[in-house]
Design a protein around this ligand. Structure first.
Ligand SMILES: Cc1cc2nc3c(=O)[nH]c(=O)nc-3n(C[C@H](O)[C@H](O)[C@H](O)COP(=O)(O)OP(=O)(O)OC[C@H]3O[C@@H](n4cnc5c(N)ncnc54)[C@H](O)[C@@H]3O)c2cc1C
Length: 818
């Protein structure tokens, strides 16, 4: 009995010590006390074993002892296996800040750190801009005209965007910009997502590019000259990094800038001779100033000793001699301005370098530092706005489209994609808002920017597919009445730009996070580079404590022991506790993968992607939970919270299972799985009851639908382009009155109480009126309602030769067609 008691006490004591990462002295204390107790209480062998275990802990865990024999050996081994971090990677790793992503990596997230980031909302000026200017701009967009007829935004919209400062949202008021917060920028872009060309056109100058680079690194003279001109649209910027030979691997760019002298107006000027070929550059065809990235060389040592200065960014006016600019590419689905730029022996003075000659060679650092903020906002906001509109249109369509005598929204097959869209919209809104809020609190979330970019644009891809399916032929048929087909076709743009999603998921999220967010790996690598064994010892053994702590936390939390207290209400708390559990498992699995695969983990992209998926899903769940906790809740939102958290946590667990199934070290995988998931999977896909409730809510005039469709253009003013969302909202507002009338009329028809030839709804209304089944007032209401329903269900048709741009090549197959 005493043996069992001592073993249980030893295990419980050690697990408690490990969970708290209390360190070797605490573990030594537990083992020594219980070892002595064993000797005294008649269990000498067990007592001896415990004391020997204590001696091992002391030899390996107490710094004074282990530094004599263990640490030097470990350091030598570490130097052999640690991955080599290239200068490019180091720059990327050092850019941006670590916040909630680091908490998740630690395996013991402190929720209070997240909750302390208050969301102060928008200023009055920002709110007014969203309400007025954004609605005016959205109301000037006719998607068909923009995409097919003009292949551009209309001139009056360009003028309005410039006049109202849309291109200067990130430029401070002191320079004539709007000086908006990240939250406001995000909401503006969400509202403008009603048209993807408009969103991209406004998004790009406010993202990574000349404006942001100048703000952060420009000389005073550059700022004073360019920022006011960028803010009011006198200058239109573009930024050229990509070329035919350098896409995802942007640092492989072969474009050059060689330091040289040239005589201009009788004066010798020190400058750069640029040779470059760029492609896919957004806004290039109309840009007045080109931000250009190139490799800078100084072979004649005109600047100093260094010949190869590295990647450099300069700002070059469009009319610079030798620059070829103005041709267009044709991005799929969307005619936003995009084209190639070439330059042969283009001479520019040195002061065109952003930040001046002293920033020569700093270009890559500048770009990755800026990327962390811009990438959190532009494309994720576009995806979120798209989700809001897709939900509004799909919910509206599904309710007014009747088949089999029922709105298709009542059919479970349609409810499934509707609920999926709603959940993705909910997750995206919370994630982009909370992350923008972090930026407003001064963070530069580097790893989250990769998570948001890839995850939310993948949501966009999925939910646009769902929205297309729900609409059936209504969305397949292109024309002025099709409000979604053009945006659907343009979706690959978001998937590809700012770090193509495959690479971002497989390489960036975990690859960058493993070193950047990990509490100790960066310290260990720095100790290796500095050959500092003391720093290595400290980092390495703290790291060991973390691994053991994560194992203890993952196992006990997985068994339901010692759930952490979390600052959430009863609805959200279980999910937050499970994020903490899976975060411990993630920390452990990440260390296990790094330890077992070493530098080769970089090449094992499928494993890295799954680790990235765990991190991404935990990050998204955390954002949803914070949004829930601090927002005003509406009826039915709890169902959406449950659905969204289950959807995300189920995906996180799926990624764990696939990771364990594919870890090359099978013995390690067999140990890890029962520690991380001792009771198997906890989360299944959301239940059908949730799906039904959510679909019902988002396809009716409900508080939940109103909340999810906030920050959309949902008004219809005189003189504005047609607004299908406003029309659907109006139809849904009438639905409560219309639905019972439809039902009565259809029932009467089925019973033979109405003439057999009353096949159209319009005929049934008249027949019902004649049969006394509805009042004249109801009949008039239904005539108008049904006319509007038919208008919203209608599609376009065109002349036989309308789609052929070379009319002379049209084959007129029949006489009637001719
Ligand atoms: C419409 C449009 C607008 C753009 N605007 C600009 C702009 O304004 N300025 C600018 O400089 N650039 C711009 N780009 C370029 C854009 O950023 C690049 O297209 C993007 O970085 C990807 O490069 P790529 O298309 O050459 O893909 P590639 O590099 O050829 O990659 C092909 C595929 O391989 C994958 N891949 C590559 N490397 C890895 C890896 N290590 N691991 C896993 N997968 C990998 C990629 O994810 C991708 O799926 C634009 C592109 C487009 C299409």
């Amino acid at each position: 009995m005493i043996h069992l008691l001592l073993i249980v006490l030893a295990l419980a004591g050690l697990i408690a010590v490990l969970r708290r990462e209390a360190g070797a002295p605490a573990a030594l204390g537990v083992l020594t006390v219980l070892g002595i107790a064993g000797l005294v209480l008649g269990a000498p062998l067990l007592g001896l074993v415990l004391l020997i275990a204590g001696a091992c802990v002391a030899a390996c865990g107490l710094p004074l002892l282990r530094r004599r024999w263990l640490s030097p050996r470990l350091f030598a081994m570490f130097k052999k296996v640690a991955p080599k971090v290239s200068d490019t990677e180091r720059t990327a790793l050092e850019a941006g800040s670590v916040g909630w992503d680091g908490e998740l990596f630690s395996g013991k997230p402190d929720w209070q750190n997240l909750m302390d980031m208050n969301d102060d909302g928008l200023t009055d000026k920002e709110q007014a801009f969203l309400d007025h200017q954004c609605s005016v701009a959205a109301g000037m967009c006719n998607a068909w005209d923009i995409a097919r007829e003009r292949a551009d935004l209309p001139p009056e919209l360009w003028a309005y965007l410039k006049k109202e400062g849309f291109f200067g949202m990130i430029i401070p008021e002191a320079y004539g910009g709007l000086g908006f917060s990240a939250k406001a920028q995000s909401l503006v872009l969400q509202k403008l997502s009603v048209n993807e060309t408009l969103m991209v056109t406004v998004g790009v100058p406010n993202s990574l590019g000349p404006g942001e680079l100048l703000l952060k690194y420009g000389t005073d003279a550059q700022k004073d000259h360019y920022l006011p001109r960028l803010a009011d649209g006198r200058e239109i910027p573009c930024f050229g990094l990509t070329g035919p030979r350098a896409g995802s691997d942007a640092t492989a760019l072969p474009d050059t800038g060689v330091v040289c002298k040239r005589v201009i107006d009788g004066q010798e000027v020190l400058g750069l001779r640029l040779n470059f070929e760029k492609r896919w550059i957004t806004l290039a065809p109309i840009a007045s100033v080109v931000g250009l990235a190139f490799r800078m060389f100084d072979p004649d040592h005109l600047l100093g000793d260094e010949e190869n200065l590295g990647i450099t960014c300069a700002l070059i006016p469009r009319d610079t001699e030798g620059m070829e600019i103005g041709r267009r590419h044709h991005p799929i689905g969307s005619p936003f301005m995009n084209g190639p730029i070439k330059g042969k022996d283009v001479f520019v003075p040195l002061d065109t370098i952003i930040g001046g000659p002293e920033m020569a060679g700093e270009g890559w650092r500048m770009l990755v530092e800026c990327l962390s903020v811009g990438r959190c906002i532009t494309l994720p906001s576009g995806a979120t706005g798209t989700a809001r509109y897709a939900l509004g249109w799909s919910g509206g369509f599904a309710r007014i489209r009747r088949q089999f005598n029922l709105p298709v929204a009542e059919m479970e097959g349609v409810q499934e994609p509707l609920a999926r869209i709603a959940s993705m919209a909910y997750i995206a809104q919370a994630t982009v808002r909370q992350t923008a809020n972090m930026i407003d609190h001064g963070q530069k979330p580097a790893v989250p920017s990769a998570i948001l970019k890839s995850q939310l644009t993948e949501f966009q891809r999925s939910l646009l597919g769902d929205a297309m399916d729900i609409h059936g032929g209504r969305a397949v048929t292109l024309g002025p009445r099709n409000y979604i087909g053009i945006g659907y076709a343009a979706n690959p743009v978001a998937i590809t730009v700012e770090g193509a999603n495959i690479m971002t998921r497989n390489l960036m999220i975990f690859g960058q996070g493993a070193i950047r967010c990990h509490p100790y790996v960066l310290e260990e690598l720095a100790a290796k580079d500095a050959d500092d064994i003391k720093a290595f010892d400290k980092a390495f053994f703290s790291h060991t404590g973390l691994i053991l702590g994560n194992a203890a936390r993952a196992l006990t939390l997985g068994l339901g022991i010692g759930r952490p207290s979390v600052p959430f209400d009863a609805t959200a708390a279980p999910y937050a506790q499970d994020v903490a559990r899976l975060s411990a498992g993630f920390g452990l699995a990440a260390d296990a993968a790094m330890a077992s695969l070493g530098a080769s983990l970089k090449l094992r992209e499928m494993l890295s992607a799954r680790l990235g998926d765990v991190l991404s899903n935990l990050y998204l769940t955390s954002m949803v939970l914070k949004g829930w906790q601090e927002g005003d809740k509406v009826e039915g939102e709890d169902e959406l919270l449950h659905y969204s958290c289950r959807f995300l946590l189920q995906r996180a667990e799926q990624a764990f299972v696939e990771l364990f199934d594919n870890l090359p070290n099978r013995a390690l995988a067999r140990v890890l799985k029962p520690i991380v998931m001792p009771l198997g999977r906890r989360w299944a896909r959301p239940q059908d009851t949730l799906t039904r409730g959510i679909a019902q809510n988002v396809s009716t005039d409900s508080a939940l639908r109103t909340k999810l469709l906030a920050y959309t253009w949902d008004t219809q003013e005189e003189g504005q382009q047609d607004n299908p969302l406003a029309r659907y909202n109006a139809l849904l507002a009438d639905q409560e009155r219309a639905e019972p009338i439809y039902r009565n009329l259809n029932k009467a028809y089925a019973k033979g109480e109405l003439p057999a030839e009353a096949l159209h709804p319009e005929q049934r209304i008249e027949a019902g009126l004649a049969a006394g089944l509805l009042s004249e007032d109801d009949a008039q209401f239904m005539r108008e309602h049904e006319a509007e329903v038919l208008a919203m269900l209608s599609v376009d048709d065109f002349a036989f030769d309308a789609f052929a741009s070379a009319k002379e090549n049209v084959t007129w197959h029949t006489d009637t067609a001719a």
